[in-house]
Design a binder for this molecule. Structure first.
Ligand code: COA
Length: 191
């Protein structure tokens, strides 16, 4: 199905980014019945998902079409597991984290997981939700049999992630970047 057709379906009926059964083991761990774990859905544009990400970093003026296109690119390429927490009382997404799977040739064609974009709405922080969302990502990485899960974070968050079992390995704890200034990324599907 072309991205255009998937986008039509996605905007009308709502599509999950990944199979929700991957969250079965963690589904009952949230502290309130009003909170639920689920995959990102194509209709989450209307549930405040991008406003939540604004609490993490700059998002920009992303239209619903751009959101759907991005969602469909992730869905068709595979390897994107964006977990969200919804507060069913207000119908808003109040927490999220992303697992990106990198297919390798090394490690017997192994899978390397990258933990990205962990964020909890400021009004819901301090209730263990950040911890539970990262635990959900670790559970998916385990189910997919990743050989490693990696993250980059600001220095002040090192204790948060150390609490969750992440380690700075001796001689292997550097994170390096080159930053590019680009407004219009190339559509991967056109390459
Ligand atoms: C970081 C963040 C996700 C934590 O979410 P949260 O729901 O408030 O965290 P939790 O309540 O699950 O905290 C779990 C534990 O980590 C500790 N913790 C939380 N934030 C911490 C921080 N910034 N530094 C150190 N420890 C922290 C808590 O005290 C708690 O400890 P406990 O288990 O001993 O009680 C949240 O503050 C946030 O969204 N920040 C803005 C976005 C951001 O910086 N994301 C990280 C990108 S790498």
């Amino acid at each position: 199905m072309s991205n255009l057709r998937i986008q039509d379906v996605a905007s009308k009926i709502g599509i999950d980014l990944f199979n929700p059964s991957l969250l079965e083991k963690v589904s009952n761990q949230l502290p309130s019945d009003n909170l639920t774990f689920r995959p990102l859905n194509s209709r989450d544009y209307d549930k405040g998902f991008l406003q939540l990400l604004e609490q993490l970093t700059k998002v920009g003026n992303v239209t619903q079409d751009q959101f759907l296109n991005c969602f469909c690119n992730m869905k068709t390429s595979g390897g994107y597991y964006i977990v969200v927490v919804e507060d069913l009382n207000c119908g808003k997404v109040i927490g999220s984290a992303t697992l990106v799977i990198e297919q390798k040739f090394i490690h017997n064609c192994g899978l390397h997981g990258l933990l990205e974009d962990v964020v909890v709405n400021s009004e819901y922080r301090g209730k263990q939700l950040g911890k539970l969302i990262v635990a959900a990502i670790k559970q998916i990485a385990t189910t997919l049999k990743c050989y490693k899960l990696t993250l980059n974070c600001q220095d002040h968050l090192i204790p948060f992630y150390e609490n969750l079992g992440f380690k700075r390995e001796t001689g292997n704890a550097n994170s390096m970047h080159v930053r590019f200034i680009n407004d219009n990324p190339v559509e991967q599907s056109r390459l």
